[in-house]
Design a protein around this ligand. Structure first.
Ligand code: 5AD
Ligand code: FES
Length: 343
């Protein structure tokens, strides 16, 4: 079955993926083959992406998210363009070649403001990833022209019914249209999902795998759902480590050359979550460069790691983490290496 995914992913069915997810006897083989595929296509290199979470204002009300608009316990903040650009400079000075600009869906930042960030940060010779949620299509185009390279917008779940329940003002179909638009505009496009959402089963997760494969996502962020106490899902269970690792490994088999992060959420539910992810398919890590006191206030989920660190410590820490599991810190920009054929 695992061989089939490696050689004929186009023939694999939803049922087959769901079966692998439901049964644990193939796990070791799955993880080993995912690491093999990763080494073959990407070597031992890991790309670092410095992330700045520049605003926790959000107009959306996603049921799982700690910064949802109806959570009144959040202390909201917005960084100025000046502050953001200075933080990006710091990332570049540390030799990190990608700056990720992330925020809640915050219309306060106009197309011109984000454009100014892109123009000024581009001068530091870094790749820029935007992750500011759903915006107008002409805004995506404008930022692309100014030099933005990539866009992250997880699809969250490819189970349409579950998507509807979790997102009061959005549909999966609409999210998909945005991702397709981003691809069409030439962005390296990142999708991805959470594992262990309430009501999600192995078929839903199998849909996530097939969705990113069919989209040919350039990047795929996968992390466990972690219940936030100030949300309607407070009493739900968190996603599991093993299931999340299986999803990462399967995604690596379907997209051998995609960029897949070892996510902070995985590092939050297990002390070695990110290390384990790097060993079964992940090839990216995203050190947090959000300055304090804002960092702690960007709480999408509780107990997020790196909150109490010095606010530039994650750069060195992630480099050490990568080396500790036998991989190398890449000095490249880390664009997707398109594999033109499978072997
Ligand atoms: N647990 C885990 N991940 C979450 N995200 C948002 N809320 C949570 C949560 N409670 C993820 C979403 C979003 C990304 C930035 O963080 O997938 O796209
Ligand atoms: Fe942030 Fe280790 S990655 S302290």
């Amino acid at each position: 079955m695992i061989e089939k995914i490696v050689h004929h992913p186009e023939k694999v069915t939803l049922e087959e993926i769901a079966w692998i997810l439901a049964n644990d006897e193939l796990n070791e083989q799955l993880f080993a083959v995912a690491d093999e595929v990763r080494r073959k296509y990407l070597g031992k290199e890991v790309y670092l992406r410095g992330i700045i979470e520049f605003s926790n204002y959000c107009r959306n009300d996603c049921l799982y998210c700690g910064i949802r608009s109806s959570n009144k316990n959040v202390k909201r903040y917005r960084m100025s363009v000046e502050e953001i650009v200075e933080r990006a400079r710091l990332i570049a000075q540390m030799g990190i070649k990608t700056v990720v600009l992330q925020s809640g869906e915050d219309p306060y930042y106009t197309r011109e403001m984000i454009g100014e960030m892109v123009t000024r940060i581009k001068k530091f010779n870094v790749a820029i990833t935007l992750s500011v949620g759903e915006r107008e299509f002409d805004e995506y185009a404008y930022w692309k022209e100014l030099g933005a390279d990539r866009y992250l917008m997880r699809h969250e779940t490819a189970d349409e019914e579950l998507y509807r329940k979790l997102h009061p003002n959005d549909s999966f179909e609409n999210r998909k249209a945005h991702l397709l638009k981003l691809k069409q505009l030439g962005y390296e496009t990142g999708a991805g999902s959470m594992v262990g959402l309430p009501g999600q089963d192995d078929f839903s997760l199998a849909k996530d795998v097939l969705f990113v494969y069919q989209l040919d996502a350039d990047m795929v962020g996968i992390g466990p759902f972690i219940p936030h106490p100030d949300t309607p899902l407070a009493e739900c269970k968190a996603g599991e480590l093993t299931k999340t690792l299986k999803l990462i490994a399967l995604t690596r088999l379907f997209l051998p050359d995609a960029n897949i992060p070892a996510t902070t959420a995985l590092g939050t539910i297990h002390p070695f979550g990110r290390q384990l992810a790097l060993k079964c398919g992940a090839n990216v890590i995203m050190p947090n460069f959000t300055p304090s006191p804002y960092r702690a206030q960007y709480a999408l989920y509780p107990n997020k790691i790196c909150i109490f660190e010095n606010d530039v410590a994650c750069g060195e820490c992630t480099k050490n983490l990568v080396r500790s599991v036998g991989y190398e810190v890449s000095e490249d920009f880390g664009y997707r290496r398109k594999a033109h054929e499978r072997t």
